[in-house]
Design a protein around this ligand. Structure first.
Ligand SMILES: *Cc1c(COP(=O)(O)O)cnc(C)c1O
Length: 357
C-alpha cells in the first residue's frame, strides 16, 4: 500500500475549539466548510458535536452532508442561500442563514415558510466582499424583525486584515459596525481565527473559528495565543528509494536542483496530486527519521526528493513528515508562497486516518 496518508488528531481539534472559546469568552461556531479545510467535515463535526455550540459551512450542500451523517447541532450557512428555492430545506433542517444582500432579504419576505428561520445579518464594514451597506443595515434589520419568516437575528461582519497585528483596519471596521448597530439590540459575531487570537478587545457573543481549529496559525509572526494551538493534521509518507549522487548531478524535473557535493537523496511517495504544493522550492523543511531536512528540486505528481546526506540513520522505509506537529503547515505554506488555509484545502488522494475520537 502506498504510504502517503494524513493523520487527523481529533483530540487536538477539541483542544483548539476549547481554546477559541476560552480566548474569546464567547459561544463558538466551528467553521467546517470546504470539508473542514481538508480534514473531513463529518468526522470533525462528530468529534466536536458534544461540546460545540454549532457549526458553520459555506453552502446548503455542505450543511446537508452533516445532517445526512446525523449531526443535529445548529449549522450556519455562511453565504446564506444562493437561490430562494433553498429556503424550504433551510426550514426543514433548521439551518441558520446569513443574509448578505438585499435580494436575499426580499426573498425571505416573499417566501411562505412553514417556520421562521434564524438570520445572521451581515454588514459590510470595509472588506467590500459581501454584506449590506451601512446605510441599508438598520432598515434591513427592521424588515427582518417585521417578517413572520424570521425568528432570531444575529448581527455579523468580517475582518479583512485581522491577521496583520499592527494594522488599524480591524479597529476601523469595528467602529463602522458599532455605529451601524448602535440602537439594535441583538447578539453579535465578528471574529474569525486571526481576530479571536489577536484582537481580544473586539466584542463577541459568537466567534467563528476556522483555521485555528486545525491548529495552524493565521499569523506570519509568532503570537502568544497561536502558540497554544495543536496541529491536527500530520501529512506523512515514507522514503521509497535512495540514491547516492556525485557532485554536479541534476535531481528531478527541469534539473531545478544540482548536487553541490556528493549527496544521498531520498525519494518520498508524496506529490502535488496529494495536495503537497508544487510551488514548494528546494529548502522547504521536511522531517525524516525524526530529523529536520529539506526538499530538493521540483515536486512531481506522485513523488518528491529530500536530502538524506547528513542523516545516515534515514533510508529506505524511513518515515517522512511533510507537515504536522514538527514541521508546521504554516512553514511549508510560507515557503510555497501560499497560506496554510490553501495547503489544507488542497489535500486529496492521501487517505485520512483518524485518532482521538
Ligand atoms: C471561513 C470563514 C470564517 C473562518 O475563518 P478562519 O480565518 O478560518 O477562522 C469565519 N467567518 C466567515 C464569514 C467565513 O467565511
Amino acid at each position: 500500500m502506498r504510504p502517503a496518508r494524513a493523520l487527523i488528531d481529533l483530540q487536538a481539534l477539541r483542544h483548539n475549539y476549547q481554546l477559541a472559546r476560552e480566548v474569546s469568552g464567547a459561544k463558538a461556531l466551528a467553521v467546517i466548510k470546504a470539508d473542514a479545510y481538508g480534514h473531513g467535515a463529518v468526522h470533525c463535526a462528530q468529534a466536536l458535536e458534544a461540546e460545540a455550540d454549532g457549526f458553520a459551512v459555506a453552502c446548503i450542500e455542505e450543511a446537508l452532508e452533516l445532517r445526512a451523517a446525523g449531526i443535529q447541532a445548529p449549522v450556519l450557512l455562511l453565504e446564506g442561500f444562493f437561490e430562494a428555492d433553498e429556503l424550504p430545506l433551510i426550514v426543514e433542517h433548521g439551518f441558520w442563514c446569513v443574509v448578505h444582500s438585499l435580494w436575499q432579504l426580499d426573498a425571505i419576505e416573499r417566501a411562505n415558510l412553514a417556520q421562521p428561520i434564524q438570520v445572521w445579518l451581515k454588514l459590510d464594514t470595509g472588506m467590500h466582499r459581501v454584506g449590506l451597506h451601512p446605510t441599508d443595515y438598520k432598515i434591513a434589520y427592521q424588515r427582518l424583525q417585521a417578517s413572520a419568516n424570521v425568528a432570531k437575528i444575529v448581527l455579523m461582519s468580517h475582518f479583512a486584515r485581522a491577521d496583520e497585528l499592527d494594522c488599524t483596519r480591524s479597529e476601523e471596521q469595528l467602529a463602522v459596525f458599532q455605529a451601524a448597530r448602535a440602537d439594535l439590540s441583538a447578539e453579535i459575531s465578528l471574529r474569525n481565527s486571526p481576530s479571536i487570537l489577536g484582537w481580544p478587545a473586539v466584542p463577541s457573543d459568537w466567534v467563528r473559528p476556522g483555521l485555528m481549529l486545525y491548529g495552524s496559525t493565521p499569523f506570519e509572526e509568532a503570537q502568544a495565543q497561536a502558540s497554544r494551538l495543536q496541529p491536527v493534521m500530520t501529512l506523512e509518507s515514507k522514503v521509497i528509494s535512495v540514491r547516492e549522487l556525485p557532485a554536479g548531478e541534476p535531481v528531478g524535473y527541469g534539473a531545478k536542483f544540482i548536487t553541490s557535493k556528493p549527496m544521498r537523496i531520498g525519494v518520498v511517495a508524496m506529490g502535488y496530486a496529494d495536495g503537497y504544493p508544487r510551488q514548494a522550492p528546494t529548502g522547504t523543511p521536511v522531517l525524516v527519521a525524526g530529523q529536520r531536512s529539506q526538499l530538493l528540486g521540483r515536486v512531481s505528481m506522485d513523488m518528491l526528493c529530500i536530502d538524506l546526506t547528513d542523516i545516515p540513520q534515514a533510508g529506505l522505509g524511513s518515515s517522512v513528515e511533510l507537515w504536522g506537529k514538527n514541521i508546521l503547515a504554516s512553514e511549508v505554506a510560507d515557503k510555497a508562497d501560499t497560506i496554510p488555509y490553501q495547503i489544507f484545502c488542497n489535500l486529496k488522494r492521501a487517505p485520512r486516518l483518524y485518532s482521538g475520537s
